[in-house]
Design a protein around this ligand. Structure first.
Ligand code: ADP
Length: 484
């Protein structure tokens, strides 16, 4: 579980970092663009207010001196002028400073009204100089103390006919843009937090989903370790790498379970096949030693003991052969030989049994049939098949051995009469340790390994083998390529 947590944590940290970095980059770019846009907007609003106010002021300053005397109309004009400036300040939502050409503030206007300072105040020296020399002043500050909080201030001269009659400054509080910045930032932080939670949930679900099959595999592996080979892992629906992994794991589990079953069967079969002759041997020897078997019968029982020992030896040899075949230690050593001659010799070796059982043997084989194969392996194949035929043929039965060459293959058919193989057994007779029911009841010594070895050897030569049985007749037929 420790590993699981660390994978989750690793993924979570990476995803969170990626999301946070993207958000910070995106937010930074967004705030930068917004503040640039706001600055441009603010500057153009200030410039528009200043330009109109300076036009009014220049006009006022030019006309007002000429109106002295007709005080009523001067008063009315002044009121009109101040109202206009106030209107501009209201529109701007800021403050307008109207100064004479010396820079002295004549009055300042907000949306609420026009005010005159109690003492004489002047626009800051730097502002005056900038207006005089460059025709424009722009700063962010408190306008040398004239304002109590930071403001953006833009100034320009009030001119008429090329003559500077005064100066106009317009100020906008800077805290509004700070507020905008703070608002955007807090929205971003909130969104980052929300996205952070979403990333947490999504990562958890994703990692969990990914790890589920791995956890199942780990659990199944633990069960395998404990000897329970039935454990399998649920295959995920999505055909991804985890799907492939679980499918492979289940295949491996099948193979291991199969091997385990085979191992158990092998031990059971071997111990059974060893126990029976051992009991017979032990019983007879004890009988001879303690005198239970009379002297004249001892030879008879010793012959049975000798036969049982030979059977054990055959079983041991077959098992060694199976193990060599399965481990791949049995390499094929192909040479050219006459399989007809081989078949004749093998049959000759069974003469005693054939005579005893009065079997009618018919050899339908060519004079000479060349085959390029592993001599010992093919000898074993033909020997085992003829041995079975002799074993399972009834008294006075019949055996026919055919040999021929067809389409580049050597074909060998061995047919024998007798009780035959039951249909339910025929599909299994080539399996390891499989013994047909009829052979169990017939009094024949049997290991169930012979046909397994035969089939393996034939297949290793690139050949094929089948068996059919019915109407009191059993036939085995194998074909192998004549040359490599
Ligand atoms: P075994 O060592 O017992 O002969 P095999 O693998 O050679 O083992 O044979 C497996 C089973 O196939 C036998 O137990 C028997 O039931 C059946 N069988 C093989 N050959 C014949 C045959 N010629 N006639 C009848 N049954 C046969």
């Amino acid at each position: 579980m420790k590993g699981v947590k660390s994978i989750f944590l690793k993924n979570f940290i990476i995803y969170s970092l990626v999301v946070m970095l993207s958000f910070t980059a995106l937010g930074g770019a967004f705030i930068y663009q917004i503040s640039r846009y706001a600055a441009r907007e603010r500057e153009s609003a200030l410039a528009a207010a200043v330009s109109r106010a300076s036009a009014y002021t220049a006009e006022y300053m030019q006309i007002a001196p000429n109106m002295i005397g007709s005080s009523f109309s001067l008063q009315a004009y002044e009121k009109f002028y101040r109202n206009s400036v106030m209107g501009l300040a209201d529109n701007l939502d800021g403050i307008l400073f109207i100064c004479d050409e010396e820079g002295e503030v004549l009055f300042f206007a907000t949306g609420e009204g026009c005010y005159v300072h109690e003492e004489r105040v002047y626009a800051p020296q730097a502002a005056q100089e900038a207006v005089e020399q460059k025709g424009r002043f722009y700063e962010m500050g408190n306008f040398s103390g004239l304002l109590t909080s930071p403001h953006y201030t833009l100034g320009a001269p009030a001119q008429s006919g090329g003559q500077t009659l005064g100066m106009v400054f317009a100020s906008l509080p800077a805290d509004s843009s700070l507020k905008l910045f703070a608002n955007i930032s807090s929205t971003f932080i909130l969104m980052i937090f929300v996205v952070f939670l979403v990333v947490l949930a999504v990562t958890y679900a994703m990692v969990n989903n990914t790890l589920r099959p791995l956890r199942n595999i780990a659990a199944a592996t633990r069960n395998f370790g404990r000897g329970d080979f039935s454990a399998r892992v649920a295959v995920p629906k999505q055909r991804d790498e985890l799907y492939a992994l679980t499918v492979s794991f289940n295949h491996m589990a099948d193979a291991i379970e199969n091997m385990e079953t085979q191992r158990r069967d092998l031990i059971a079969n071997v111990s059974h096949d060893l126990r029976t002759p051992m009991t017979t041997i032990g019983g007879f020897i004890d009988g001879i030693l303690d005198g239970a078997i009379p002297q004249e019968k001892q030879e008879y029982y010793l012959r049975i003991v000798s036969e049982e020992i030979r059977r054990l030896s055959r079983l041991a040899n077959s098992m060694v052969e199976v193990s060599r075949l399965e481990s791949g230690q049995r390499a094929l050593n192909r040479t050219s030989f006459d399989i007809s001659e081989m078949a004749r010799r093998i049959v000759l070796g069974f003469e005693r049994q054939l005579t005893e059982k009065e079997i009618d043997l018919n050899l339908d084989i060519p004079e000479k049939l060349e085959l390029c194969a592993d001599h010992d392996a093919i000898f074993q194949v033909v020997y085992n098949l003829i041995d079975n035929a002799v074993k399972f043929t009834q008294q006075q039965g019949k055996i026919i051995v055919y040999l021929s060459a067809k389409g580049g293959k050597v074909q060998c058919n061995i047919v024998n009469t007798g009780p035959g193989i039951a249909p339910e057994d025929i599909d299994h007779i080539f399996e390891r340790f499989y013994k047909g029911d009829r052979s169990r009841s017939a009094k024949v010594t049997s290991s169930g390994l012979g046909l397994y070895i035969v089939k393996t050897l034939v297949n290793r030569h690139g050949g094929d083998i089948y068996a059919k049985s019915g109407n009191g007749q059993t036939e085995f037929c194998f074909m192998i390529p004549q040359k490599i």
